[in-house]
Design a protein around this ligand. Structure first.
Ligand SMILES: [Zn+2]
Length: 259
């Protein structure tokens, strides 16, 4: 699942290829970009930064231009030696940046836009992003404050998905955080103490940072995608799965040892 750790891992792979370089070629094969002339607008510009914040990835080019990407559930970034086989069909590539004999490719969008730094600062959604759980300087106090500003009747599992409260947690890490902290994802946030709220992020932050380094996220799945299997901690019940929140995203939990 593309969650914050996935995006940081992509940024970590892209950085050595693009940072400080002027790409040899930029292509936008997807028809939706045909009229946008990104290759011309970005030609000759050095990549000054490759940044991840939560599930967003930004490539900053000289001259105040910024490529912004969000993968949602379908997109992917990949870095391949030039000429090597890509993991998805070339028809699904939205962006191809060639530099240092490598191809940096973004597949299947679904959010890919070119904007200026100024526009980024005024973008409501980007401005509202909470502290990044994978970042070195994750701010627990800001996370707690934002959590308390949210609807107190909201289930804690659903609240953890709100990118304004904490950026980078998706459905998988939400379920794993609640399981590891032994907290029922359906418990209203009003009944979750500050210590418990901190335990939730502290339980997964080191794992997400590890996954951001090596890209191996799946090994941390103890409950996500495991409905019907016996709980790996208490063995007393089978893992359950049910849609939660406005988007009805499936949550997984043990009804016996998560309270
Ligand atoms: Zn259990």
């Amino acid at each position: 699942m593309p969650e914050g750790d996935t995006i940081h891992h992509a940024a970590n792979r892209i950085r050595p290829v693009l940072l400080g370089r002027v790409p040899d070629e930029i292509r936008t094969p997807h028809p939706r970009f045909a009229a946008d002339r990104w290759p011309e607008r970005l030609a000759g510009r050095e990549v000054e930064a490759v940044e991840a914040h939560g599930k967003h990835l930004f490539l900053r080019f000289a001259g105040d231009l910024l490529l912004h990407s969000h993968l949602r559930m379908t997109g992917a970034w990949t870095v391949r030696a030039a000429g090597a086989r890509w993991p998805r069909s070339p028809r699904r590539a939205w962006l191809v940046i060639h530099a240092d004999d490598q191809d940096v490719v973004q597949f299947d969008g679904p959010v890919l836009e070119l904007l200026t730094e100024t526009r980024r600062r005024f973008d409501q959604r980007l401005r509202a992003l909470g502290p990044d759980i994978v970042a070195d300087d994750f701010d627990e106090q800001v996370y707690l404050r934002r959590l308390r500003e949210d609807d107190p009747t909201r289930g804690i599992g659903d609240a953890l998905l709100d990118q304004r409260t904490v950026a980078g947690i998706g459905n998988l890490w939400k379920a794993e955080a609640c399981f590891r902290a032994a907290i029922d994802p359906w418990r209203p946030t009003a009944q979750v103490t500050d210590d418990e709220a901190l335990a939730l992020v502290r339980a997964i932050r080191p794992l997400m940072r590890e996954s951001a380094r090596d890209g191996h996220q799946a090994r941390f799945q103890q409950v996500y995608g495991r409905a019907g299997r016996r709980c790996p901690r208490c063995g007393e019940a089978a893992i359950r799965r049910r849609g939660q929140g406005d988007d009805n995203r499936p949550t997984y939990w043990c009804p016996a040892c998560q309270r």
